[in-house]
Design a protein around this ligand. Structure first.
Ligand code: ATP
Ligand code: MG
Length: 393
C-alpha cells in the first residue's frame, strides 16, 4: 500500500547528533523540513544547528515521548541506539530503519549469524562470549586473526590484530577487551575493499548507488574512489548479494554494506551499517540524489531518488591527526582547487583518528583524481604537521 507522504514543513527526529546527523540535517533543511535532534552531548555537530535539540540520554522515556510528539517520523544516524529505544518509539510513531535490522547491525554475533542463515558468505569466524569458548575458537581459526568486540566498535576500535592465533594470544586479547562477547575472525589477505549504499522504500523498491572502492589505514577509512576498479562479474555479484540481503532483512531506509574481496575474487560481507555511510559521502557532491536525501525520501515516503553518479570522484577523510597542537591544516591547499569540495564537521576538538571532515576531488579522469587526492593529502600533512599515525594515501 502506498504510504502517505510526509511533506516539507514537518518535523523529522534524528537520534544522534554527529556528522552524519548534521549532513542529514542540511539536506532535510534544504528540502524544507524541520529537524529535532536527540543527543546527550550539548555540543554535538547536529544538535548545535538543529531546530530543536533535546539534550537527553537515548533511554530517557520522557525525552523520547517529547521527540515523538513533536515529529512526524524518526530516524537514527548511528547504529548504537539501544534497540529498546527504537522499539519504544516505533510503537508510537513512524521509525526507519526497522528496529530489528538495527539490532542485527549493532551486534557482530547476530550480524554474522544472520549472514550465514541467508547464505551470504562472511570470513571464517568463531564466537567467544566467555573464556571457556577460546579453545574451540582456536581450533577453528588459525594463523592470523582479529578479535573484535561484538558491540560498540567503530573505526577499528575494539579490535586486536593477532599475528598468530594461539589460546594464549586470544586469551590476552579477550582480557584486554574487557572479557565482553567477541568474534574471532580469520584475517584474510584483501585484494580490495568495496561498499555499496542502498536506498530502500517501505514498499520494497531498492535503488543501489555505484560500488565504491575503499582504502583503509589503521582500520579507518582513508579514501573512497568511484568508479570502483571491479569487473562486471564482481559488480553483478555484489549487487545481487546486496539485493538479497536487503530483502532478507526486510529493510527500509538507507543501508550500507561493506565487502571484502580476496585474491581469488571471493566476496565476503564484512559488515552492514543501517544508515548513510562514510564511503557514501561523495554522493553529496557527485550524485543526482545524496544518500542523506535518500534517508529523508525513504522516511517520508517520497519515492526513491536517482542514484546516478554524475562524475568520477575521490573522497578523502580528514582525521584529527592533521591538526598539529590544535592548529588546523592549511585549507588554502584545498580551497585553491576549483574541482575540490571541502566539508568540515565543526568539531571543536581534534583527536588522532577522529573524523573532522572530508574533501572530494571531482573530474573526468579517475587516475588524475587519485593522484590529485594523494598530492593534496600529502600537502595537508605537511612537513611540520607530520606526526606518527597520520595516514597517507
Ligand atoms: P568502520 O566503523 O570503519 O566500518 P569497524 O570498527 O566496524 O570499522 P571493521 O569494518 O570490522 O571495523 O574493520 C575495519 C577494517 O579493518 C576493515 O575495513 C579492513 O580494512 C580491516 N579488516 C577487518 N576485518 C578484517 C579481516 N577479517 N581480514 C582482513 N582485514 C580486515
Ligand atoms: Mg567497517
Amino acid at each position: 500500500m502506498q504510504q502517505k507522504m510526509i511533506l516539507p514543513g514537518a518535523y523529522i527526529g534524528v537520534l544522534g547528533g554527529g556528522q552524519l546527523g548534521s549532513m542529514f540535517l542540511n539536506e532535510a533543511r534544504r528540502m524544507g523540513y524541520k529537524i529535532a535532534v536527540l543527543d546527550p552531548d550539548p555540543n554535538s555537530p547536529a544538535g548545535r544547528i538543529a531546530d530543536k535539540h533535546i539534550q537527553a540520554e537515548y533511554t530517557d522515556k520522557k525525552a523520547l515521548a517529547e521527540l515523538s510528539q513533536l515529529c512526524a517520523a524518526i530516524t537514527t544516524e548511528f547504529e548504537n541506539v539501544p534497540a529498546e529505544t527504537l522499539h519504544f518509539l516505533s510503537a508510537q510513531i513512524e521509525v526507519s530503519p526497522p528496529p530489528q535490522a538495527v539490532a542485527i547491525a549493532q551486534d557482530r554475533i547476530l550480524e554474522k549469524n544472520f549472514m550465514c542463515q541467508n547464505d551470504l558468505a562472511v570470513v571464517p569466524y568463531a564466537v567467544i562470549e566467555k573464556k571457556q569458548d577460546i579453545r574451540l575458537a582456536t581450533e577453528k581459526i588459525t594463523g592470523k586473526g582479529i578479535l573484535k568486540l561484538a558491540r560498540f566498535g567503530y573505526d577499528g576500535k575494539g579490535q586486536i590484530l593477532l599475528s598468530t592465533v594461539t589460546e594464549q594470544s586470544v586469551y590476552d586479547a579477550f582480557v584486554s577487551l574487557g572479557e565482553k562477547p567477541c568474534v574471532l575472525e580469520q584475517q584474510i589477505v584483501l585484494d580490495k575493499e568495496v561498499s555499496i549504499v542502498a536506498a530502500c522504500s517501505k514498499q520494497g523498491e531498492i535503488a543501489l548507488y555505484a560500488i565504491a572502492e575503499n582504502r583503509h589505514s589503521d582500520g579507518i577509512l582513508d579514501y573512497t574512489q568511484i568508479p570502483a576498479n571491479v569487473n562486471i562479474v564482481i559488480q553483478q555479484q555484489i549487487e545481487e548479494k546486496a539485493t538479497h540481503l536487503i530483502r532478507a532483512l526486510q529493510y527500509h531506509g538507507v543501508l550500507a554494506i561493506e565487502f571484502f574481496i580476496d585474491q581469488e575474487e571471493q566476496i565476503y560481507i564484512n559488515e552492514i551499517a543501517p544508515r548513510p555511510h562514510n564511503s557514501g559521502h561523495y554522493t553529496l557532491d557527485a550524485c543526482v540524489t545524496s544518500q542523506f536525501e535518500q534517508q529523508i525520501r525513504t522516511l517520508c515516503h517520497l519515492g526513491l531518488g536517482d542514484t546516478t553518479t554524475l562524475t568520477p570522484v575521490v573522497m578523502v577523510n580528514l582525521l584529527g591527526d592533521l591538526w598539529h597542537h590544535s592548529k588546523a591544516p592549511d585549507w588554502q591547499v584545498l580551497l585553491a582547487q576549483g574541482n575540490v569540495v571541502l566539508h568540515l564537521y565543526g568539531k571543536e576538538e581534534a583527536r588522532p583518528g577522529r573524523k573532522m571532515g572530508h574533501f572530494c576531488c571531482l573530474g573526468a579522469d579517475p587516475h588524475l583524481l587519485i593522484s590529485q587526492a594523494k598530492d593534496l593529502k600529502q600537502k595537508l600533512v605537511g612537513v611540520d604537521n607530520h606526526q606518527g599515525g597520520v595516514t597517507t594515501i
